[in-house]
Design a protein around this ligand. Sequence first.
Ligand code: NDP
Ligand code: BG6
Length: 486
Amino acid sequence: MVSRVIPVEPFDLIIFGGTGDLARRKILPGLFQRFRAGQIPAGSRIIGVARNDMTAAQYRKFVNTALDEFAGNVPAGKEVRAGFKQCLEFVTLDVADAKAWRKLTTLLNKNANAIRAYYLSVKPDLFAPIAQQLAAAKVVQPTCRIVIEKPLGRDLASAQALNSALATVFDETQIYRIDHYLGKETVQNLMVLRFANALLEPVWNARHIDHVQITVAETVGIGDRGGYYDRSGALRDMVQNHLMQLLCLTAMEPPVRLEADFIRDEKLKVIRALDPVALNETVRGQYRADSVEGSYHDHAGDAASNTESFIALKAHISNWRWSGVPFYLRTGKRLRARLSEIAVTFKDPPHSIFPKTVSYGANSLIIRLQPDEGITQHMIIKEPGLGGLRLVDVPLDMSFATSLNGVEIAEAYERLIMDVIRGDQTLFMRGDEVEAAWDWTDRIRAQWREAGGKSQLYDPGTSGPDDALALMHRDGRSWRPLESQP
Ligand code: NDP
Ligand code: BG6
């Protein structure tokens, strides 16, 4: 089994912020992978833009170092590196300086008919000014695309302002809002799993499903991102986007066709059907220090901060399919394991024919995003052997890498960037989706503000604060253990 390479037309990709952290760690290594796979055709240009005074030759060296650091494990000959470097150009430009744009526009106009994507890998305050400068420089044609990435606003009002500013220059079909979770292999598989298997869809509803747990747990802390993170917190940083997208793909109705707007329409309906979350159905936490690292407060540089590095909540979707089925979401930093999964627990059979002394758990389906992407179906079977009837829970495990002959799982950015070039918006968020998600999360924050409670402290290496365990226990349920195993 091998990945296929779908050819694209030659393109110009302009990376505003081409020397930044995101460009070095994700965008440029992702592009290099695609080049190595033969997907980037001759004549394509990758143009880095930043204020730093650099020549194209210096930028090529800079990118080479970034690839050593972040794509060092990719087997590629010297000539592949050399070929990739030939695609690279650099323009020194302070985007805020209207007079300085000439050099970039001259370079772009040399290739006026190419597909052109502007990737705004800069701080969000620059999104609207860059869009306006592009319009003023007359380098926005209908075939141009603009790519932006979270944070897409801090709340509903700022998200609306951003969408309106972009809409003055770009049509919605030209705007690619990245949520890198949508580029993960298993997230796409979720749609295939649900809609290509006749087995699942008939039981994918409140009649058969008891509850759903969505977990994105990380072992890392906020590190040196305290400045950004402390103004954000887990609700804005993770729930409004990544967990929300997972919730939508798990809960949405089948789209009419596998086309961007049909899928986004269905996701939007899910977000709009979400009930406001009750205050006592949210839990906020902050990690303490341990012998290895400082506490959240140390990392945030603010001993009084109440920003959450952990959140657990119980969501309800008020629609025909999901009425009465709780969706428990949790995400946090410095937890016991790095684990992202969706766990769907089915209801018990309507009537048990087994003696009361024989205990057995419910069926569950685990969709693992990372690590070890795959799917596990837990089945109840008879434990083999004599000595009475005993039932056991057996995982039927399908790890994508091993089941499919060790196929290489691509990084989310590789797929997403090439989708931008292809003009496929399926894995990108539409403006109204982003706004609806902010509307829902804003209400949670408003309740926290009004109630004035505190984030509960938790020890690193655990599953988070005790109140998060209680959130499930009081419903007679429990979280799946934070271990990367079936
Ligand atoms: P960095 O601060 O590391 O990089 C910012 C880049 O923008 C640099 O190349 C900088 O170069 C350039 N820049 C800054 N001001 C200007 C200007 N006025 N004109 C032209 N270029 C400018 O940020 P990140 O790479 O970490 O993040 C970029 C964006 O991506 C942010 O919106 C961030 O929230 C988002 N993001 C980042 C992630 C990550 O993992 N890093 C993950 C998800 C989202 P110079 O100073 O030389 O101008
Ligand atoms: C980012 C968040 O969007 O996603 C980070 O800003 C988080 O705080 C990261 O660590 C998690 O992504 P992944 O792909 O490592 O699960």
